[in-house]
Design a protein around this ligand. Structure first.
Ligand code: F6R
Length: 602
């Protein structure tokens, strides 16, 4: 079970408002830009929602609102629509008799919304979620019950959804639907609950049901019933959870970093659902001259993208460290600067973008944090869909930056005629297969524990690659040094002979990113140079590459993917290697010394 963006919670119990607030507090790590609850009372459904964090929300609740035995709650991490009160969940239909909370991304919401507006529905938010209660309203008007209306709406929706819905007409129940996004049901002595994650349920029960894909659940105070969206009954199978709360917050993993590494397939699949209209507008903005800028890991995403722009779109777009931008770039008039920042608050990146604007450039922002400073200072922005990242070292957010940039590169290549419509469609289809490839890598990262133990006491390591994976090597070195404090340096493998090779002696660790791409042959030459001087080779290779298996002391195989996607699959073993080395050396990978998640000083 891998969590994604936002947290939903629902309950049928005696003191629903208190339980909702407690549940949302435990889910806050999944999103915290706005919060809301809906309660069924004698006068119908009451919705209270606000921008901001749950503690402020709870403190501001009027006492009169705090009654009810059936309710829904939501803590949001904005994906469609800015973080503000109107966009906070729950969302209602036109009559206010249906309320819905949702976690996921609705891909066809524009089209659904247009149809609903034409049929007279009035929307009060800019979210994708709001189409759900309006679609359900139409079903109920045609005589469907709450469950049937929810199933009928789900058939029209493309995308991911964990949804919980209540209706004033059926006040004894909550109806939930699961497709892709996680959903857990808890059955306790004093109530029945639903949640995006197990930790929020643990104070009430340790008997949980992980709702299967494509399922509808009807929750009542006396129990639940489940069926597939096709109408076949399902037997609820409770599991007993013996995690303590700390483990539960980390999804059963010892650290957030490993949890976040394991969340990458879903994060990637959510990011690949970025609305094409945003990509096209951003791709068009990148007209003549353009630059990419970011810091740390985000700079590595920029560097990867600069290779891709050159290889795929035949466009030379320089990647520049944000902290160097003002000194390195002079002629910005009429150009476009693509700023990449997970937090959207990195002072170096914001300052580079401010300078770019002042010098007459347009700004495209790529961030994981809607509502952050980068979104307000960009002409257009693209939001990656990783959900909050708690480990200080960027993992899933890097992968989703790469995916968003891949999409942008292909959209730009199409816009400037470097690829045909057919090639674009082919690339889109290939990208959609990537989450499965990433899952197959994530499933095997535990194999790296032994390799990490073997090398954990080394003093230095080089991370080397050529071409498209140079930035992957730089990222591998950054991950290792920042969390394990082992000295690590990444550079293009062809540079060894210009200096670094003089450090190499018996047992020196060289990590090579060497998948079967167009640079492979040249990388092998560089490996041999290192090996000849006694270096130990740990390489990331494509499945079944016998030649490299024979050369390497240790290796990790990744599946064969198109060349542009190798940075995505090759980064994951490097993240896991750094993680296991840090743990073997006795450090907490979630909290590296001297570092902060968001660097807001220049
Ligand atoms: C490394 C890491 C940092 C950040 C950098 C930029 O694991 O997390 O190098 O990438 O501080 O942060 P954002 O992307 O928030 O601008």
């Amino acid at each position: 079970m891998v969590p994604s963006v936002c947290g939903i919670f629902g309950c049928l119990c005696d003191d629903a408002p208190r339980v909702l607030i407690e549940g949302l507090k435990r889910l806050e790590y999944r999103g915290y830009d706005s919060v809301g609850i809906a309660l069924i009372g004698s006068g119908g459904i009451k919705v209270i929602k606000e921008k901001g964090r749950i503690d402020d929300f709870a403190a501001g609740l009027p006492n009169s609102a705090l009654a009810g035995k059936v309710g829904l709650g939501h803590t949001r991490w904005a994906t469609h629509g800015a973080p503000c009160r109107e966009n906070a969940h729950p969302h209602t239909d036109c009559s206010g008799r249906i309320a819905v909370v949702h976690n996921g991304v609705i891909e066809n919401f524009m089209e659904l919304k247009e149809g609903l507006v034409k049929r007279g529905h009035v929307f009060s938010s800019r979210t994708d979620t709001e189409v759900i209660p309006h679609l359900m309203e139409e079903g109920i008007r045609q005589g469907l019950g709450l469950k049937e209306a929810a199933v009928s709406a789900s058939r029209r929706i493309k995308g991911s959804m964990a949804v919980a819905a209540i209706s004033a007409s059926e006040p004894d129940r909550i109806v939930c639907i699961r497709r892709e996004s996680p959903l857990i049901i808890g059955i306790g002595y004093n109530g029945v609950y639903c949640s995006s994650d197990i930790p929020a349920l643990l104070p009430y029960t340790n008997e949980v049901i992980v709702v299967p894909e494509e399922t509808v659940v009807v929750m009542r105070r006396d129990g639940i019933s489940m069926e597939t969206l096709g109408g076949s009954p399902l037997e609820p199978k409770p599991t007993k959870i013996d995690w303590d709360m700390g483990m539960a917050m980390k999804g059963g993993y010892p650290h957030f970093m490993m949890k976040e590494i394991s969340e990458q397939p879903l994060a990637l699949s959510n990011t690949l659902k970025i609305q094409r209209a945003f990509l096209e507008r951003a791709a068009e903005l990148i007209g003549g001259k353009a630059y990419l800028t970011g810091s740390g890991t985000s700079y590595h995403a920029c560097l990867t993208a600069s290779y891709l722009f050159s290889k795929i779109a035949k466009a030379d777009i320089r990647a520049v460290h944000s902290s160097e931008f003002q000194d390195a770039v002079a002629d910005l008039k009429g150009s476009t600067v693509i700023g990449v920042s997970q937090s959207g608050e990195t002072a170096d990146t914001l300052s580079a973008l401010k300078y770019a604007k002042m010098m007459g450039a347009r700004v495209v922002g790529i961030t994981n944090t809607l509502g952050s400073s980068i979104t307000t200072s960009s002409d257009i922005y693209i939001c990656t869909q990783s959900g909050p990242e708690i480990g200080v070292a960027a993992t899933k957010t890097f992968l989703t930056q790469l995916a968003a940039l891949d999409q942008l590169v292909f959209a730009h290549a199409l816009a400037r005629g470097a690829i045909s419509k057919e090639e674009y469609a082919g690339a889109t289809a290939q990208l959609e297969r990537l989450p499965a490839a990433v899952q197959s890598v994530v499933d095997r990262v535990g194999d790296l524990k032994g390799v990490a133990m073997k090398y954990s006491r080394r003093k230095d390591a080089y991370f080397l690659a050529r071409g498209i994976n140079v930035a992957t090597a730089l990222e591998g070195a950054l991950k290792l040094k920042e969390i394990s404090y082992m000295h690590a340096e990444g550079y293009p493998a062809g540079e060894s002979k210009h200096g670094p090779i003089s450090l190499v002696e018996e047992g020196f660790l060289c990590v090579f990113v060497a998948p079967s791409d167009s640079a492979r042959g040249r990388v092998i030459g560089n490996m041999m140079e290192m090996k000849a001087r006694g270096a130990e080779i740990f390489s990331i290779i494509t499945n079944g590459d016998r030649e490299l298996i024979a050369i390497s002391d240790e290796y990790f195989e990744v599946p064969e993917v198109p060349e542009y996607a190798y940075p995505i699959v090759c980064t994951i073993p490097l993240q896991a290697f750094a993680y296991f080395v840090a743990v073997a050396r006795g450090y907490d990978p979630d909290r590296p010394r001297n570092l902060a998640k968001s660097v807001t000083v220049l």
